[in-house]
Design a protein around this ligand. Sequence first.
Ligand SMILES: [Zn+2]
Length: 270
Amino acid sequence: MKVAIRDDDTCYFTDPSELERVYHDVWDRVPICLATVPFAIGYERAGIPCEHWHNGEAFALERNSALTAFLKSLVGCRRATIALHGYTHQDYPAGHEFQAGPDLDARVRHGRAYLESLLECQVSIFVPPHNALSKCGLSAVAASGLHILGSFLSFRPSMRPWEWRTAANWWTIQRHRYRTGRTRRDPLVYPRVLKYGGHAEFGCHSLVPGTTFDALRRSFEEARVFAGDFCLAGHYWEIDQTLKGVMRDFLDFAARQPNARFVPAEQLFA
Ligand SMILES: [Zn+2]
């Protein structure tokens, strides 16, 4: 059973010390998949100065040279891998970037090429900003061949571009709901990779305020019953002492499980 960690929102506004604070004693155990925004535009959240919440200015990652050097060193010593987390991560009146933004194909292509060249790494994963993808957004990512590492992924055929695997995967999910006693409304993280024509998708378990170790342990055990894998996903900027404790307890627990091994998130799709 593979166990991975994803962390979202590394961007121009990130100070290296914030990543260090959360992961300094984690990334030698398990590499962190840093879902990174190449040209961040501010929005209302902790850690982004409020003068940038609404001014629409795009900040290229390289303008934060301390962070750029830090990320390169993390990638170089395999403490981190880099995923594409949108292009600007900006919010539009009609929705989040990959629901309502323009030119999504170009954003994926250029964002990926930019991160690969700046950070001297390979990018094979896309993490949707706010975990939100329209049909158009999904088409743009799928066309690029990037795998999607999401949370709350939608499997409804009406929400997806058509291909024969869409129906097959939808049936897989329905069967899984039935077997685990879930109704259509109950939250579900399907524990195995779903393959589509040119890409694959995997859902993560959120580490957010309120998440408990017991809830993660139950999800882990359910994933194991179905011969699945497990990816934990958080945001460094909201991981406080309490959440860090939950993460540590979970990693200690996972490390003790026979057949579980920590991997970079990219290996979930291997
Ligand atoms: Zn984000």
